[in-house]
Ligand binder design. Structure first.
Ligand SMILES: [Zn+2]
Length: 44
């Protein structure tokens, strides 16, 4: 996952295969973001 430094939207890596650019605003500086794997602990 990437995050646009301009508009703050999250962009998946698949959208950036062709070009590193925010598809929403066209900004070209994207912050690489680690995918957060939400491990749910079963509460009981
Ligand atoms: Zn953007």
């Amino acid at each position: 996952m990437y995050k646009c430094m301009n508009c703050g939207k999250e962009i998946s890596g698949e959208d950036l295969k062709k070009r590193i650019r925010c598809p929403f605003c066209g900004y070209r500086i994207l912050l690489k973001k680690r995918p957060e794997i939400g491990k749910r602990v079963k509460a009981r």
